[in-house]
Write a protein that binds this ligand. Structure first.
Ligand SMILES: [Fe+2]
Length: 380
């Protein structure tokens, strides 16, 4: 049976200059969560704080969310929230910052959920928003955490990445202003853009796909193929930046409702063993998964229809060409330690099968078939 669709939280703002919307948000005490120093250096943090202050709100900043955030960082952020008592949490950054802040919010609202094990075991999550509403301002165009119900958090001890999905974690307010993404480095533009393309393509072939999600995901996929090279070549091309910000968000509206597939299962798994950016892994794996899924007639029809709309015959080739065009390396280049990769292959195959994204893939591989895919993706 179809599941109910939810297209973002209560307020979805997008387009050049929409950051100013902050001034209209009722708030007394905002806690702004950031990652590294780039949003400070490029002036975005000061602009965001300025808008809050103009609206009469006090602000404080929690700094230092690392890429692929660990639960210990979430715990520290939650402690800072419990002390500051914000009525609005504002995640300003990429997917890691938004995911970590969402999880901090869960603990802030329910301090008894004080470990990753407890949060993972609590399904569904209890109601949030008794203490604070949640705002996302993405600084990259790819993860779509600003419109998604899910997060990925790493276990401090094992390093493994755990995906948590729950409608309660859908941000209330998403402010998707391409100006915030303007200073994103070219390689991050490429990686996050390819992550967004993967979201769109996996949503289209998901075995939970539906009409509304298809409309969104197809538009996003076609726009990303068209606009990513321009955004990659020239970060100041604001038309391309805006198209990528919007397409990423729209792909997110789709996938958060119909889920993903085994590109994500394997990317999340490999990323738990080797420090390679999520979008980079998705980009590398996608053509191999398109070939694998093409044994399914419905998936093949989806890929062929996408290829036809970009004047090509094979969508896996479209992705391979796009990867080359935007500087995505091979898996062997991304993970030079071949022995370590193959030593972990069997375990990675097992974890990929257990990943939550696997169950919505058109054809579910066995463990040996996952191992074969992981091997093929490495050997090229
Ligand atoms: Fe992703």
């Amino acid at each position: 049976m179809m599941r109910p669709m939810k297209l973002a939280g209560s307020e979805l703002m997008f387009g050049d200059g929409c950051l100013e919307y902050i001034k209209s948000v009722p708030c007394e005490r905002a806690m702004i969560v950031i990652g590294g120093s780039s949003v400070e250096k490029n002036g975005t943090l000061a602009t965001v704080e300025g808008y809050f202050h103009e609206a009469g709100a006090e602000t404080t900043v929690f700094r230092g969310v690392e890429p692929d955030p660990h639960f210990s960082t979430v715990r520290r952020g939650a402690d800072a929230m419990l002390e500051w008592q914000p009525d609005l949490i504002c995640a300003l950054g990429g997917g890691s910052v938004m995911d970590a802040a969402k999880t901090m919010w869960v603990i802030y609202e329910h301090p008894e959920l004080d470990s990753l094990e407890k949060i993972l075991a609590t399904k569904p999550l209890p109601k949030l928003r008794a203490k604070a509403r949640f705002m996302c301002i993405p600084s990259t165009s790819g993860t779509a955490s600003e419109v998604s119900r899910s997060v990925v958090i790493s276990d401090d001890e094992t390093g493994h990445k755990h995906g948590i999905g729950d409608m309660e974690m859908m941000p209330d307010i998403a402010i998707v202003d391409p100006q915030v993404a303007r200073t994103m480095p070219a390689h991050v533009t490429a990686e996050t853009g390819m992550d967004a393309l993967t979201h769109a393509v996996e949503a289209l072939v998901s075995n939970r796909a539906n009409y509304v999600a298809d409309v969104l995901a197809e538009a996003a996929a076609l726009d990303i193929v068209k606009w990513l090279p321009r955004a990659y070549d020239d970060g100041d091309d604001m038309e391309a930046r805006e198209m990528m910000a919007n397409a990423s968000m729209v792909a997110g509206l789709a996938f958060t409702n119909v889920s993903l597939g085994i590109v994500h299962s394997m990317a999340q798994t490999i990323g738990g063993f080797f420090p390679v950016a999520h979008g980079r892994l998705c980009a590398i794996l996608m053509p191999y998964v398109i070939d694998w899924n093409s044994a399914d007639a419905r998936a093949k029809a989806v890929y062929d229809a996408l290829a036809a709309k970009v004047d090509a015959t094979d969508f896996a080739t479209v992705v391979r060409d796009l990867n080359r065009r935007v500087g995505i390396p091979t898996l062997a280049e991304a993970i030079p330690d071949k022995d370590a990769y193959f030593a972990n292959l069997q375990q990675m195959a097992e974890i990929s099968l257990a990943d939550g994204c696997t169950k919505t893939n058109p054809i579910i591989p066995t463990v040996p078939q996952f191992a074969e895919l992981l091997e093929k993706a490495y050997l090229g």
